[in-house]
Design a protein around this ligand. Structure first.
Ligand code: UT7
Length: 323
């Protein structure tokens, strides 16, 4: 008998305000055509004034709990993957815990930037298989609009706000690839690349700072490392891209998504793509894509999916899940 972390519920939340590429043309020297052709992005959502990451996270959490048929106090642990917590501390996760009215369990944040959800799933799986928790709420939530330098056209057109969540619950399987739940994980980071994608603020500067990115270099690393990590996690199971029902990738750039799928020999009709509607929502992008993909009737129970992401650090990794 093998303990598995099984997906019991999925949900998401997007703030009401939609900002189109045309809206951004009025703000910086850019064009809808450039943004579409270089990134695939057509629009993104921005949080309202006063609407914080923990607010988005709580809405996504409630949607995932409702989907699972569970109440907040049924949950043992909350993990929020975010690089945009409301405050330096306490964690966004404890804020979500408070907003959900939970008085039991424990909550903490995971910070691995755009790869955060993959790292958070790995943490949740470890809590479940070590029997420290039976049900874990894993949330990716971000308000990257607040990290944008509105004078830097090379970054400010790329990011958006949102949140997605899954409820993982302990289940049992026979240890085979037919089991439901998280089947394999592959995680990496390499701090030598810290200057490729970072925020130029924090406690060392006394200000939050703005996002800085060497897009071309990050692009190059992404195309190489994402296919590699997916190959590694699938390889642990003796599987390849041919066995995958859906890739649910981090949504940063349609060209990266397509290049990774191509390297994995997976056609684009087996890839969930939401980047056109959400932009890059960092740690929120995978659970958002999973939830939207489910709502569209793409991913469904029993499907074998692989998620992969890369972000500042650099951090990258992948998770193979049977839904
Ligand atoms: O989620 C974390 C991981 N992040 C990513 O995966 C992002 C990775 N990088 C990318 O997605 C792409 O590199 C970008 C979308 C950021 C940029 O695409 P690119 O094809 O690498 O373009 P580039 O940076 O080489 O820029 C090409 C040109 C430049 O002009 P010159 O120097 O060739 O004359 C830029 O100044 O495009 C110009 N440019 C713009 N033009 C119109 C840069 N930003 C804009 C803009 N509008 N918003």
């Amino acid at each position: 008998m093998t303990i598995r972390a099984v997906v019991k519920g999925i949900g998401h939340y997007l703030p009401d305000r939609i900002v189109s590429n045309a809206d951004l043309e009025a703000l910086v020297d850019t064009t809808d055509e450039w943004i579409r052709t270089r990134s695939g992005i057509e629009r993104r959502h921005f949080a309202a004034e006063g609407q914080m990451t923990s607010d988005l996270a709580t809405r996504a959490a409630l949607a995932a709990l409702a989907d699972a048929g569970l109440e907040p106090d049924d949950i043992d642990a909350i993990i929020v993957a975010t690089s945009t917590p409301d405050l330096t501390f306490p964690s966004a996760a404890t804020m979500v815990q408070g907003k959900l009215g939970m008085t039991r369990g424990f909550a903490f944040d995971v910070q691995a930037v755009c790869a955060g959800f993959v790292f958070a799933m790995a943490n949740a799986q470890a809590l479940i298989v070590s029997e420290q928790a039976t049900r874990v709420l894993v949330i990716g939530a971000e308000t990257f609009s607040r990290l944008m330098d509105w004078k830097d056209r090379s970054t400010c057109v790329l990011f958006g706000d949102g949140a997605g969540a899954v409820v993982l619950e302990a289940g049992t399987g026979d240890g085979s690839n037919a089991d439901r739940g998280i089947l394999a994980i592959d995680l990496h980071s390499d701090g030598r690349f810290k200057d490729l994608l970072y925020v130029d603020g924090g406690v060392s500067t006394g200000a939050t700072g703005k996002l800085r990115m060497h897009g071309k270099e990050v692009f190059r690393h992404a195309v190489e490392k994402l296919a590699q990590t997916a190959h590694t996690s699938l390889g642990k199971l003796g599987l390849t891209g041919d066995d995958v029902d859906w890739i649910v990738p981090h949504q940063a750039n349609l060209r990266i998504i397509a290049a990774t799928a191509h390297k994995m020999h997976v056609p684009m009709d087996r890839v969930v793509v939401t980047v056109q509607d959400h932009g890059n929502t960092s740690a929120a992008s995978i659970p958002l894509a999973l939830s939207v993909g489910r709502d569209r009737g793409q991913v469904k129970s029993g499907d074998l999916i692989v998620t992969e992401a890369i972000g500042g650090g650099l951090t990258w990794g992948s998770v193979v899940i049977r839904l």
